[in-house]
Design a protein around this ligand. Structure first.
Ligand SMILES: O=C(O)c1cc(=O)[nH]c(=O)n1[C@@H]1O[C@H](COP(=O)(O)O)[C@@H](O)[C@H]1O
Length: 241
């Protein structure tokens, strides 16, 4: 698998096991891992996750965006450990104690532990949305603030939009994992994403991983769409991404 392909997590946002298995099979080898989130997990639970990624399946990003009191989030992380996800999400807005509880609980899994990523500001939000919820600060400022708090709280990285990657990288250093959704090839519809860039732009800005869903999964041929995205990344970076 090429370097760019291994950086991509394909978000498989469906409620159906067969649909998820089909997409996971189609993109196997063309992406580095699979993201399963709220829609799938609420419908199918841990058994559904096992049915899609199994014991020897692709790396799993279990995206539940846990946001509760520390004890409850610790319990949520603990309950997910048997699935051996490579990554899990929590919401940085849950505060430092919650983030630390998630990181410390993940650490109990030892070598198989999931890396905990804190969601900063959802890529579906812009300045006006933040203002509407009483956070009247520039988006980038809020993202960097939350990323620094997440790092200080012991989590492994953050989820942020491509627009903030360079700022977060500068603030949090080279080893802090940046998992970046809001990825749209020039030919893809933007849907509900408000802060987005192309895959190549996101990687050039310093993203470690790209989260890509509908540009791949809504295509008639998801594998071909994934390969097209990888080809575009390689073409723009001379294949070194
Ligand atoms: O945590 C996430 O993965 C996430 C955070 C965020 O700010 N924005 C965001 O889109 N995501 C997820 O990334 C995926 C993006 O899907 P597409 O818009 O179809 O590429 C979805 O599964 C979202 O849940």
């Amino acid at each position: 698998m090429t370097a760019p392909a291994s950086r991509i997590y394909c978000s498989v946002d469906t409620t159906e096991i067969e649909s998820a298995r089909r997409i996971a099979g189609q993109v196997a080898g063309a992406v580095g891992g699979i993201k399963l989130g709220l829609e799938f997990f609420i419908a199918q639970g841990p058994a559904g996750v096992r049915a899609v990624v199994g014991e020897d399946g692709p790396p799993l990003f279990l995206d539940l965006k846990l946001h509760d009191i520390p004890n409850t989030v610790a319990g949520g992380v603990r309950a997910a450990l048997p699935l051996k996800p490579a990554f899990m999400t929590i919401h940085s807005a849950g505060g430092p104690a919650m983030m630390r509880a998630a990181a410390e609980t993940a650490a109990t899994a030892g070598a198989d532990r999931p890396k905990i990523l804190a969601v900063t500001v959802l890529t579906s939000l812009d300045e006006g949305d933040l203002d509407a919820v009483g956070q009247s600060v520039p988006v980038a400022e809020q993202v960097v603030r939350l990323a620094k708090l997440a790092k200080a709280s012991g989590v492994d990285g953050v989820v942020c939009s491509p627009a903030e990657v360079a700022l977060v990288r500068a603030a949090c250093g080279p080893d802090f994992i940046l998992m970046v959704p809001g990825i749209r090839p020039a030919w893809a519809a933007t849907n509900d994403q408000k802060r987005f860039m192309t895959p190549a732009e996101a990687l050039a800005a310093g993203a470690d991983h790209l989260v890509i869903g509908r540009p791949i999964t809504a295509d008639a041929d998801p594998a071909a769409a994934a390969r097209r995205i990888v080809a575009e990344i390689e073409a723009s970076s001379g294949g070194t991404a």
